[in-house]
Design a protein around this ligand. Structure first.
Ligand SMILES: Cc1cc2nc3c(=O)[nH]c(=O)nc-3n(C[C@H](O)[C@H](O)[C@H](O)COP(=O)(O)O)c2cc1C
Length: 269
């Protein structure tokens, strides 16, 4: 009988009880519902040291960092051994947390050229739990990691406090898909095939205007219906401006919607 492998969930936040943890837990619950064995790790307990970019590039051949970094050794063994990866990060200044970035950069240096993770099912989750801005930008480094390592990623879950409950449901739904995919690994036959998969994923190719549009929409949706009339600006008008080529005016209008909605949402809390 073959050993049942594990869907691994990494919580990339210094706060083990925070929103990142909730998202990763929801995704793992979904995977478990679909029959997967799961394991959750708090990255704050295993913070990796920065890659030293040492030369000669020996880890390329040995597949081991030559510096003593027990946390990296522990995490990379877990990742290399799992049947699917769920990686959650808090959004810090439109980016990942530092602990996630350190892991990614070291994984690149040691493993990117040999491709041991080709086809590994992967899901990225990000919580922009403050202003909500950067909800997509924070996911991009995570998906860049998945792409360079040729993992078989599925659509990410960008989350904000405006839509957190919906994001938890979405994380669970994506987790179910990951649970199913974890039963067998489908490797990419070529780099081109891998690149095209990443082009087809939601959000990852979004530009700044789309990202601002998304957070404005989420904030506006979160405003109680009786207060929606107090939202200034109009997303339909912003869209019309964008299609007429007035992209700067469009973004200004979108930001008006975002700022007034975020203000109204804040008063609801
Ligand atoms: C250094 C730093 C930068 C942050 N930058 C952003 C940001 O760009 N956008 C945002 O919405 N929230 C931002 N936040 C808020 C976090 O995303 C929010 O607190 C999130 O809930 C943290 O995840 P956790 O609950 O798992 O700790 C930032 C927080 C810190 C500490």
């Amino acid at each position: 009988m073959t050993e049942k492998k594990t869907v691994l969930g990494l919580v990339g936040s210094p706060n083990p009880d925070g929103l990142t943890n909730q998202l990763v837990t929801a995704a793992l619950d979904g995977a478990q519902e679909n029959g997967a064995t799961i394991e959750k790790l708090q990255m704050s307990e295993y913070v990796v040291d920065p890659c030293q970019d040492c030369l000669p590039w020996t880890c390329l051949q040995t597949l081991e960092c030559k510096y003593n970094d027990e946390n990296f050794e522990f995490l990379n063994e877990k990742i290399l051994d799992c049947s699917a990866l769920i990686l959650g990060t808090p959004v810090y200044w439109w980016d990942t947390s530092a602990m996630v970035k350190y892991l990614i950069l070291k994984m690149f240096r040691v493993f990117a050229m040999s491709g041991p993770l080709n086809g590994l099912p992967a899901l990225g989750l990000a919580i922009a739990g403050g202003s909500g801005t950067g909800l997509v930008s924070g996911l991009k480094p995570v998906y860049h990691f998945f792409q360079i390592m040729r993992m078989r990623a599925i659509d990410p879950v960008p989350a904000t406090r405006f839509d957190f409950d919906k994001a938890l449901s979405k994380a669970m739904e994506q987790g179910r898909q990951i649970g199913k995919m974890s039963e067998s690994r489908e490797r990419f036959d070529s780099w081109e095939e891998c690149l095209l998969r990443y082009d087809s994923l939601r959000y990852i190719g979004d530009d700044n205007a789309s990202e601002i549009r998304l957070v404005a929409e989420l904030a506006a949706e979160a405003v109680e219906s009786e207060r929606k009339c107090d939202i200034s600006g109009d997303l339909a008008h912003a869209d019309h401006l964008a299609t007429s080529g007035k992209v700067l005016e469009s973004m200004t209008e979108t930001l008006k919607v975002y700022q007034s909605s975020a203000g109204l949402f804040g008063k609801q809390q």
